[in-house]
Design a protein. Structure first.
Ligand SMILES: [Fe+2]
Length: 340
């Protein structure tokens, strides 16, 4: 049996069964997310547990048109006796917020497999680091053809228990990275003449080293689709996100400092807890602002795929590229992207 046949023979079920997780055969009707700009059809697909599939098209100049399934923010929240009681309690608390997360992840994989298309995941596949979550991750990517970038939750140990920065990330980086099919930081995959460039921006910043790696990808001269977890700042998206969040913050990378300085700030927090303020967490450094200014000028940029917000959003990023935010994977929201 070749790999493809093995996948079709029910690898998703194998993953599910292996983790003691069954697929619910009942259809699901999720709450519809708001959409700032409508450019494609959104339809529920009952054959895949009611996945809410938003169809979009990116005109990139591909040698041959093709499709990918874009999933983000699945937030798998599993734990078992291999982790401590604190983690098991966390899993039970967090999974109550997204009871269909695993089912929707397996259905998304099944959709990609059945349609023989690449699955791209733009982060927060896992809600936190646990043996069970990483088992599902590793088994999933042995069965589905995928290209990924990490999310902030990928490295989260107990969700919000500590300041999450590079040092924090490094505490679990190797273990998490080992479960995924490709490298984080900056990674490229070329399909039909289109260069997919995945970049880790999980803590709202991009380093100068990453900028140089992305610059080298553009130097290949191919049309580029960027994949990242946190959406890049645009005035429209920032305004939209701020209004949804009642002005607390916008959850975007590279917002101008005059905007992030208005985000939620509690000056009464002691110095060691100032990281809890959204104005601190989401503040861009100069390298990030420079990167975004440069990226906007790249005519080879044809699209940006990202997540983090948990609702569909689409809007212009640059003269040549729109930014497409996928909805919540845990609710079954995915984007079927046709690339021409
Ligand atoms: Fe996120």
């Amino acid at each position: 049996m070749d790999r493809r046949s093995f996948i079709k023979a029910g690898a998703v079920a194998t993953v599910a069964a292996g983790m003691g997780v069954g697929l619910d055969a009942k259809g699901r009707k999720g709450k519809k997310a708001g959409k700032a700009i409508e450019s494609g059809v959104t339809r529920d697909v009952e054959a895949y547990g009611g996945l809410e599939i938003k169809e979009i098209t990116i005109k990139a100049g591909a040698k041959k048109p093709f499709q990918i399934l874009h999933v983000s923010d699945s937030h798998l929240s599993c734990a078992d006796s291999r982790d401590d009681q604190r983690k098991i309690d966390l899993a039970s608390r967090r999974s109550a917020g997204w009871p269909d997360a695993e089912r929707n992840w397996f259905e998304a994989m099944r959709y990609a497999q059945d349609n023989d298309i690449l699955l791209v995941h733009t982060g927060d596949l896992n809600d936190f680091v646990s043996e069970a979550n990483l088992d599902i991750t590793a088994k999933s990517f042995k069965t589905v053809e995928a290209f990924c970038i990490c999310g902030n939750h990928e490295f989260s140990r107990y969700v919000g228990e500590a300041k999450e920065d590079h040092e924090y990330k490094m505490g679990s980086f190797d273990k998490v990275q080992a479960a995924f099919p490709n490298g984080f930081n900056v990674c490229s995959r070329i399909i039909n003449g289109v260069n997919f460039v995945a970049i880790d921006d999980v803590y709202y910043n991009v380093t100068r080293e990453q900028h140089e790696l992305v610059r080298a990808e553009f130097a290949k001269g191919l049309p580029v689709i960027i994949m990242c977890h946190v959406p890049f700042y645009t005035p429209d998206l920032c305004e939209n996100a701020l209004s949804r969040m009642n002005g607390v913050c916008a959850y975007v990378t590279g917002a101008p400092l005059e905007i992030t300085s208005t985000f939620q700030t509690d000056p009464s927090l002691p110095e060691e807890l100032q990281w809890k303020n959204r104005s601190v967490q989401q503040k861009a450094d100069q390298a990030t602002l420079d990167f975004l200014a440069w990226l906007k000028e790249q005519s080879l940029l044809k699209g940006i795929l990202c997540g983090h917000l948990h609702y569909f959003y689409e809007g212009p990023f640059s003269p040549t590229a729109n930014q497409y935010v996928s909805g919540a994977g845990y609710k079954g929201q995915v984007q079927l992207v046709t690339i021409r």
